[in-house]
Design a protein around this ligand. Structure first.
Ligand SMILES: Cc1cc2nc3c(=O)[nH]c(=O)nc-3n(C[C@H](O)[C@H](O)[C@H](O)COP(=O)(O)OP(=O)(O)OC[C@H]3O[C@@H](n4cnc5c(N)ncnc54)[C@H](O)[C@@H]3O)c2cc1C
Ligand code: FES
Ligand code: FES
Length: 493
């Protein structure tokens, strides 16, 4: 069954749109068509949070509130969801508790960032079960830039509003809104437009496979946290969009005896508990992956399919020995993730083929994992270098070694010479650590760019080899790290 109009909920009513250019962003629609100008445009690239709105969907029988950056979200991605903007919060003229706390605590000066900050805190108000902390609010606001107020009063407002339990008109109307969302979920394929220009959102994997095989020139969109910028910054003339976010078969996380299988459209936010259970360093890298808004939309499949040399997942998953599953028409194939990346901008993916699943093993016994994300600032920054280590240690000696780096080459890549130097190395043989570290220079000739110079990249990559060895040999992360300390005792025996 095919539906030819987008539908979503706003203010208790169904919005239906049967005609819109496929690359229309949610922010443009809100401001230009909806005249909802409370939502602001700052950077138009997902970085500042001025445009944050809240999207509500049903997950496991409950309503989940997530802040998203409307500047890089496509209008069509709203299908089947509820949209809440800053204009919708007040209840009959009375400010929402988050808005009231922001006013009381003097959390706003020029006010440009305020709608976005209020929306991020509003999502947290509904998400935190009435128990927040300064640390959690700092994370929630990592993607909201305020240039004039300073964050102390804003965080105080968040603490005042979010501790104590949600009680607003959204909690009171939850049952009706849940029923309305369920009524929108008609499991039909969405196509708005014609053969030359369309926004499509198939509801099943079969429909996706058929449609993409028919239109291999279409742009696949998952969370749009990359594609959105092609539209707002490169002004890319994208005419055919296939949104994969509604395909239920690609949205599951399955745990097996020895690993996890992630459907390609699982968001980074949803992937954190499972990936983080493999090793706490993965959870910490993901905590610093973009912002809460980017992680709510960005998907594991998008982070791999984009082929970025500085994507955070790829080096970690390569070190873990992950497999990627692809589908073209009726054909499904699997390959080791490291073989998917062929060259800069080139992946082993045919026209019309899509990423279906990622299969990620858990750590076998006696195996130690470490991952380090090196950026210019701690929060919401793209990696200059990302290093991931997976070392098997028996009797103080390294057996198997898988080491992968991002930011060191045109693709995320194994460091084969480093690995060779690590195999057989006794963790007590500190003099040989440096030899293993220096092997980075045999593996990589990195580039200089705005994030880091080639010399810095090589040096930091070598130092990370030493750091991983020191930690696995028993050095406490209190001694080796300023942030992202490991709260587990797991030194090699
Ligand atoms: C402010 C900001 C901060 C960011 N910070 C980080 C960061 O810290 N670390 C990091 O790694 N990245 C970061 N990114 C980049 C981006 O968020 C990630 O790469 C994200 O995982 C992309 O996923 P997506 O679902 O949004 O992909 P999309 O933008 O929807 O798609 C990305 C690419 O993958 C293709 N694609 C998507 N799904 C599939 C599929 N199933 N099969 C085949 N092709 C597909 C698309 O056609 C496109 O080429 C950031 C982006 C922004 C805007
Ligand atoms: S305008 Fe800056 S994140 Fe959207
Ligand atoms: S109040 Fe001016 S940018 Fe935040």
């Amino acid at each position: 069954m095919t539906r030819n109009a987008l539908h979503f909920l706003r203010l208790g009513r169904i919005v239906r749109l049967d005609r819109f250019p496929p690359r229309t962003t949610l922010l443009d629609w809100l401001r230009l068509q909806g005249r909802s100008t409370g939502t602001k445009e700052g950077c138009a690239e997902g970085d500042c949070g001025a445009c944050a709105v809240v999207v509500v969907r049903e997950r496991a029988g409950r309503l989940v509130y997530e802040p998203v950056n409307s500047c890089i979200t496509l209008l069509g991605q709203m299908d089947g969801a509820e949209l809440i903007t800053v204009e919708d919060l007040a209840d009959d003229g009375t400010l929402h508790p988050v808005q009231a706390a922001m006013a009381r605590q003097h959390g706003s000066q020029c006010g440009f960032c305020t709608p976005g900050i209020v929306m991020s805190l509003f999502a947290h108000y509904h998400d935190c079960n009435g128990a927040s902390s300064r640390e959690r609010i700092n994370d929630v606001l990592a993607g909201n830039l305020c240039r004039c107020t300073g964050y102390r009063p804003i965080v105080d407002a968040g603490l005042a509003a979010c501790n104590g339990g949600a009680d607003d008109r959204f909690t009171r109307s939850a049952a009706q809104r849940l029923a309305a969302l369920r009524a929108l979920d008609d499991a039909s394929d969405l196509v708005v437009g014609d053969d030359a220009s369309f926004f499509a959102a198939p509801a099943s994997e079969q429909s996706l496979a058929r449609l993409y095989a028919q239109h291999p020139d279409a742009t696949l969109v998952a969370g749009a946290t990359d594609v959105g910028l092609w539209i707002t910054k490169k002004l890319a003339a994208i005419e055919k969009v296939i949104h994969v976010g509604r395909v239920a078969e690609l949205a599951d996380i399955a745990e097996t005896a020895d690993g996890y299988e992630f459907g390609a459209v699982v968001s980074l936010a949803r992937a954190v508990p499972a990936l983080g259970s493999i090793d706490p360093d993965i959870a910490e890298v993901l905590r610093r992956f973009g912002s809460i808004q980017v992680r709510a939309c960005g998907t594991v499949g998008g982070n791999i399919a984009n082929g970025s040399p500085i994507g955070d997942l790829a080096p970690m998953l390569i070190a873990l020995g992950a497999t990627v599953e692809l589908r073209h028409g009726e054909q499904i194939r699997r390959l080791p993730l490291e073989d998917f990346f062929l060259d800069y901008g080139k992946q082993d993916r045919k026209p019309g083929e899509f990423v279906r699943r990622l299969i990620v093993p858990k750590l076998p016994p006696n195996t130690h994992f470490r991952a380090y994300k090196i950026t210019k600032r701690v929060d919401e920054d793209i990696s200059a270098v990302l290093a991931a280590f997976c070392l098997t240690v028996t009797g103080g000696r390294i057996g198997e070694a898988k080491v992968a780096f991002g930011g060191m080459a045109g693709i995320p890549k194994r460091a084969k010479a480093v690995e060779e130097n690590l195999r057989g190395l006794s963790l007590g043989d500190v003099r040989r650590w440096r030899l293993a570290a220096d092997a980075v220079n045999e593996d990589f000739t990195p580039l200089t760019d705005l994030r880091a110079s080639a010399g810095y990249r090589s040096r930091v990559a070598g130092n990370l080899v030493v750091k991983a060895l020191a930690e696995i040999a028993g050095a406490k992360s209190e001694a080796t790290r300023i942030v992202d300390r490991r709260m587990v005792a797991d030194a090699a025996g």
